[in-house]
Design a protein around this ligand. Structure first.
Ligand code: NDP
Ligand code: GDP
Length: 361
């Protein structure tokens, strides 16, 4: 059983005074789970902020075996009074704001909600810190999506922003307001501009996990084809476990500063899908021209991967590659897992999950 922390007024709790206290928003997400695991190993007391729903998704914390070690606290980015109450009661040393409407595709459908959660959500937390205790350190989850389109060079902390979705625009606001609260009020507030990072705990709507989970379902005979949008979009994909280590190091820095975390390599969706399919055991052959390109399984002659225009976005980012030199220099951070190993980790995990039953998607 996990522990539920009641943030209602009047609740009293006793803490081990030697331990640092961290409040992690978005505890039910990919990064929340891995960061909690890292902080527990560093002797933190963790309060995990989740949003209430009729079917709470705790599977990531369960998969890492850390659900029992976290105090769960009900938290909503849209509700300032709730945020204030939680911060007053816990009085954490560090707040990691990982909660967000994190899927770019959804931000085209729900741009106003995305902005409320991601942009004003970050501001609500910062404003609460300003009012309650300016010594609380704050981390904001910024994104490489903020850079947007058309820059073939490696992107760093000084590169220009040209956001291409409501998600990216909302993250630019969260990023800039974090800088503003640092400069205006002297709060230890920093942002990590993180390039895409993936893992077996990644949501199945994101392209990497969609590929590995669907291929595993095809292999198990529960699905027929994998349908994708733009095969040629390129991303700098790293491993989430490496990236949460960088997040934590930013918060232990002497002074608050923003850093890019990236691997420095860009690969296409097609490369990811091809390596994943081969690692899964399919003998893949690509056929057709750019507009109607598809892949068949050489053994069964069946179509394994095809295009579906519904997965294209009104405006997309075709290429992202980052330069994490600054993080290496100041924080000693460098990613350990490279692209091919990442694909392998995700394929092996989804293969195992599909043997046990249907993968959630
Ligand atoms: P996930 O989508 O896995 O997790 C998002 C978390 O935010 C979930 O716990 C979700 O809760 C929570 N959440 C969503 N809306 C609200 C709300 N209104 N109030 C409270 N909580 C809410 O994302 P990741 O773990 O992958 O990413 C963590 C952060 O890093 C996000 O801010 C993301 O935008 C950012 N980021 C991620 C990158 C990546 O490649 N992973 C790259 C760059 C930035 P629930 O489970 O209930 O949905
Ligand atoms: P993002 O970088 O945060 O948008 O992460 P995603 O994993 O959602 O998308 C990465 C890139 O893959 C984007 O350029 C998408 O347009 C592209 N892509 C191509 N096909 C798909 C698909 O079927 N699903 C998703 N999510 N993205 C796809």
């Amino acid at each position: 059983m996990c522990r539920w922390f009641d943030s209602a007024p009047g609740h009293i709790f006793i803490l081990d005074m030697k331990k640092k206290i961290a409040l992690i928003t978005g505890i039910t997400g990919q990064d929340g789970a891995y960061l909690a695991n890292l902080l527990l190993n560093n002797n933190y007391k963790i309060f995990g902020a989740y949003r209430r729903s009729s079917s709470l998704n705790l599977w990531r914390l369960e998969e890492l075996g850390i659900l029992d070690s976290i105090e769960l606290v009900s938290f909503e980015l849209l509700e300032k009074s709730n945020i204030e109450r939680v911060i007053k009661l816990i009085n954490p040393d560090e707040i990691y704001n990982l909660a967000a409407q994190s899927y770019v595709g959804t931000s085209f459908e729900n741009p106003i909600y995305t902005t409320q959660a991601n942009a004003l959500g970050a501001l609500r937390i910062l404003e609460s810190i300003r009012m309650i205790n300016k010594n609380i350190k704050f981390y904001q989850a910024s994104s490489s999506e903020m850079f947007g389109e058309g820059i073939p060079q490696k992107l760093n902390e000084k590169s220009m922003f040209h956001p291409r979705s409501a998600y990216a625009v909302s993250k630019v606001f969260g990023h800039q307001i974090t800088i503003n609260y640092r400069e205006a009020y002297g709060i230890f507030a920093c942002s990590g501009i993180l390039f895409n990072h993936e893992s077996p705990l990644r949501g199945t709507e994101f392209v990497t996990r969609k590929i590995t989970s669907t291929l595993a379902e095809i292999q198990a005979g529960r699905k027929k084809t994998l349908e994708l949008g733009d095969y040629y979009a390129k991303r700098d994909w790293g491993y989430a476990v490496d990236f949460v280590e960088g997040i934590w190091r930013m918060m232990q820095n002497d002074k608050p500063k923003d850093y890019v975390l990236a691997t420095g390599e860009a690969h296409s969706v097609k490369e990811f899908a091809t390596i994943a399919a081969r690692t899964m055991g399919f003998d893949l052959i690509w056929k057709g021209k750019k507009t109607n390109e598809y892949a068949i399984d050489k053994n069964t002659k069946k179509v394994l991967i095809k295009k579906n225009s519904k997965f294209y976005r009104p405006s997309d980012v075709s290429f992202l590659r980052g330069d994490a030199k600054e993080a290496k220099k100041d924080l000693g951070w460098k990613p350990k897992v490279k692209f091919k190993e990442l694909v392998k980790i995700m394929v092996e995990s989804d293969k195992k999950k599909s043997l046990k039953g249907k993968i959630l998607q």
